[in-house]
Design a protein around this ligand. Structure first.
Ligand code: GLY
Ligand code: MN
Ligand code: MN
Length: 436
């Protein structure tokens, strides 16, 4: 991403913070997987959103109107020996020259320097509650100033959760962000199409998953945006199934929920298709119902409509359909009121999408569902799940788990389905599955 984008974001936040304030943002911690092996490091989304700085052990500090510069970065120093083992570092010089910090200091000096930066500030912006260790360090720095008040030091008065300002910024995507999401979506869409083409009975779920990872990494992604769900037959009724270790059976459906993370932005796509390329009558009935609900939900995504409109539209279509095919009995309005549909549709219809797959941003404002506005990106992903041995349901419906998930950009006119390239109708799917 263009470095101007990060400068622009910092300036936007600095402009909103007000006088006598300071913002402190640590990046993510390194996490151990087992013994001394670590999980691949990925910067904290809020930290990265403002800095573009990819290394661990870093803290960004923003101080409006500071004479020596408003953006301070604490990071690791250059160290030829450590760099031989662990990889290159930008160092203090790189923090300023490459990443445009006004001032940079070694992270090892933060305990000496940060109390001085806090001194005289009235408001501290900090996302308390995410990292207990860092919370304690912030407390220690403030206490250090409190103890020194008799010698004229002034300790900060107010701690403000930084998330409120930052998450509102992150909710509205710039053109550059939308282009990055488009790339994540393109890569993910190609992988879904490939999975449909190569799928055949008796292939293992993990072989399909491997195709996704292969394609993501070949296209320059560092990781999937979340653990891929490759769920054959009844496994699709486990919403977060990630074992991916079962053989796929002719006659079953395959649900794949997989998306790439490209340059820190996520795609999130689900498709469900028959492993042998032909929907059974029962599978087709449920599939077409979910598709009808998804199209009705997408139709509600436009400026002026509110966040819950797509969910309400999906619930209406699904409940009517479940009654029509005899899976629910009773009055549609009452079944919706009593949430009877939750027996088969137990999640919501979508979420914001961005740097985090379940991205930040409030869904309600002052207790009311918020309205869609251009630049927001969300998923629309209704589903129906009828597990094996589901009581009071005919056995022809058992083991059918279907979700259809697209990524949607709100535009001034309505919306754009970013993931439209992935086949979705019954005919499109039957024409592609197993063709290579
Ligand atoms: N892949 C997670 C979700 O669809 O929300
Ligand atoms: Mn999703
Ligand atoms: Mn998903």
């Amino acid at each position: 991403m263009d470095l101007n984008e990060f400068s622009y974001r910092r300036n936007q936040l600095l402009g909103m913070m007000g006088e006598d304030s300071i913002a402190i943002l640590p990046t993510a911690n390194i996490h151990y997987r087992n013994r001394d092996a670590t999980f691949p490091f990925r910067a904290d989304s809020n930290f990265y959103y403002l800095t573009g700085f990819p290394e661990p052990e870093a803290v960004a500090v923003l101080i409006p109107e500071r004479d020596q510069g408003e953006y301070i970065l604490f990071c690791r120093e250059r160290d030829p020996e450590r760099e031989t083992w662990d990889g290159r570092r930008a160092g203090i010089e790189g923090a300023c020259e490459i990443y445009r910090a006004d001032d940079a200091f070694p992270i090892s000096d933060i305990d000496d320097i940060l109390p001085g930066l806090l001194e005289g500030k009235v408001h501290i912006y900090y996302a308390i509650g995410h990292d207990q260790d860092f919370d304690q360090r912030i407390t220690a720095w403030i206490n250090q100033l409190r103890k020194a008040t008799r010698s004229g030091m002034q300790a900060p008065m107010e701690l403000i959760i930084l998330d409120n300002l930052l998450h509102e910024m992150r909710l509205f995507k710039s053109n550059e962000e939308i282009n990055t999401i488009r790339t994540a979506v393109r890569i993910s869409a190609e992988a879904h199409i490939h999975a449909m083409q190569v799928c055949h009975p008796n292939i293992m779920e993990y072989e399909i998953e491997a195709g996704f990872l292969h394609h993501f990494f070949r296209q320059g992604c560092k990781a999937p945006a979340y653990s891929s769900i490759v769920a054959g037959g009844n496994n699709a009724c486990i919403l977060h199934y990630t074992d991916n270790n079962t053989s796929l059976q002719s006659g079953d459906l395959l649900l794949i929920d997989a998306g790439a993370e490209y340059d820190y932005y996520a795609a999130d796509i689900t498709r469900t298709f028959p492993i042998n390329g032909r929907f059974s009558p029962a599978q087709k009935t449920i599939y077409e119902l979910v598709l009808k609900a998804q199209l009705a939900a997408i139709d509600k995504v436009r400026p002026g409509n509110h966040w819950n409109d797509p969910h309400e539209a999906a619930v209406q279509v699904l409940t009517e359909g479940l009654v029509a095919i005899g899976l629910l009995r009773g009055e549609v309005n009452i079944l919706i009121e009593t949430e009877a549909y939750r027996k088969f549709y137990m999640h919501r219809t979508g979420h914001w999408l961005g740097m985090d797959v379940h991205d930040v941003g409030d869904y309600k404002i002052d207790g009311q569902w918020r309205s869609f506005e251009p630049g927001m990106v969300l998923t629309v992903e209704p589903g129906l799940y009828i597990p094996e041995n589901c009581p009071e349901v005919g056995s022809q419906w058992w083991g059918i788990g279907i979700r259809i998930e697209d990524d949607i950009l709100v535009t001034s006119q309505g919306c754009e389905v970013l993931t439209a390239a992935v086949p979705k109708t019954v005919d499109e799917i039957q024409n592609i599955v197993g063709t290579s």
